[in-house]
Design a protein around this ligand. Structure first.
Ligand code: MLT
Length: 408
């Protein structure tokens, strides 16, 4: 009999989004005529930029010729894409990041989980609460946590609460930790970190020799030029941080799949015997062994994001979703709800009405307005009493959803 990975048996509930799908499916089965509007999972809805589609079509035609055919590509990504990323996303913002330090991948969700392959057992891990569930669940699956308590908090993790009381800015850990997951703009709260706040994290990490795992998947939504897009805008971050980026939310690649992880050269961890080991080499080894790269066609599409046409189309997409977020903010505020986020992020974080918990509000909106959102408690115990709406949908659906909620 094959033994299963017992760590999976520690997982508290289904992964949040499949659990929501399950409930929505049950509702739809019972109410086949209900016209649901989905503002739950943060999946984009607008078509792929023309510049990306043209580049992908050209790449397909190229692949149809003997000279233009590509088999296995470099596991780290094609040099031309890595160069474009380094130049536009990092060097243009003053970050000292080279193409060689960029690893192209098929998603930030995968990378932020897979990174645990190169990190040892016994690390003390800090996550915010609420948090993107993947950070926690991937640690549970990898056996890096204890059991969950009744509140769904796993032993061995340091939870840093982010609530309205602290302005959704996590306090520095009270006890020393080795790994810190940060996500800015934040999923789920939509909060952003100022330069000073990020500097405090970098200083902490340098002082405690901790590693920051920085998820910047939503950086394109930042509207204020003073807010950093990358952790590497902070001095010292090369010595203490890995950054995850994605083409999913800016260029609509959720179904196309392309992302990247930055592992600076010279960033080190420690071996069990106390030697310093470069993480770049380990990640390179891991990717070369377990990953065969993103398809040539998709990488050509991602490269087109950096063309003049691609940049202006991405800008238009971001403005479109941010206008949706502004509508949600305005309408829900008018409906008497307390609203956070949605100014530099596609997520609006809502305080549920007094006496209604997160799943209660989920059910209320589902049953009475046929609007699907995400219960804050699904992101962690401190998310209880909050609810997330995503700005990823058509203008028509956002307006209709707001009209239905207003009418409740
Ligand atoms: C979310 O809704 O939180 C997103 O879909 C997360 C993700 O991109 O995986």
């Amino acid at each position: 009999m094959a033994l299963v990975n017992g760590n999976y048996l520690k997982l508290k509930a289904g992964y949040l989004f499949p659990e929501i799908s399950r409930r929505v499916k049950a509702f739809s089965a019972a109410n086949p005529d209900a016209a649901l509007i989905r503002l739950g999972i943060g999946d984009v809805t607008e078509p792929l930029p023309q510049a990306c589609r043209t580049a992908m079509k050209n790449a397909i035609d190229e692949m149809g010729t003997p000279e233009g055919f590509h088999g296995y590509g470099p596991e780290q990504g094609y040099g031309w894409l890595r160069e474009a990323i380094a130049k536009h996303d990092f060097q243009a913002r003053g970050c000292d990041i080279s193409a060689e330090e960029i690893f192209v991948s098929d998603g930030s969700k995968c990378d932020s989980s897979n990174i645990l392959d190169i990190l040892g057992e016994g690390n003390r891990i800090a996550v915010t609460d609420p948090v993107y569930p993947v950070y926690v669940d991937s640690n549970v699956m990898a056996g890096r946590t204890g059991e969950a308590d009744d509140g769904g908090r796993y032993g061995g993790l340091s939870y840093l609460p982010i609530t309205a009381t602290n302005g959704f800015s996590a306090p520095l850990p009270a006890e020393p930790v080795d790994l810190i997951y940060l996500c800015f703009p934040n999923n789920p709260t939509g909060a952003v970190a100022t330069r000073e706040q990020l500097k405090a994290w970098v200083d902490y990490a340098l002082e405690h020799k901790a590693l920051i795992l920085f998820d910047a998947a939503y950086e394109a939504f930042i509207q204020d030029p003073e807010i950093p897009h990358s952790i590497y805008e902070i001095e010292g971050a090369r010595q203490c941080a890995i950054e995850f980026r994605s083409f999913s939310k800016n260029a609509g690649f959720t179904g196309t799949r392309c992302a990247l992880t930055v592992v600076p050269k010279g960033l080190t961890g420690t071996s069990a015997s106390g030697e310093e080991v470069e993480l770049w080499g380990l990640w390179n080894r891991r990717q070369s062994t377990k990953f065969n790269g993103v398809s040539y066609i998709v990488q050509r599409g991602a490269e087109a994001v950096y063309s003049k046409a691609g940049q202006s189309e991405v800008k238009a997409l971001i403005s479109f979703y941010m206008e949706n977020a502004a509508i949600i903010r305005r309408e829900l505020t008018n409906a008497g709800l307390t609203i956070y986020g949605g100014e530099h992020a596609p997520y609006v974080w809502i305080k549920t009405p007094a006496g209604v918990d997160s799943w209660g509000f989920f059910d209320h909106l589902l049953n009475k307005a046929n609007v699907v959102g995400t219960p804050g408690s699904g992101f962690g115990a401190a998310g209880e009493g909050y609810f997330r709406l995503s700005a990823f949908n058509s203008r028509e659906n956002v307006n209709e959803a707001m009209a239905r909620i207003r009418a409740l």
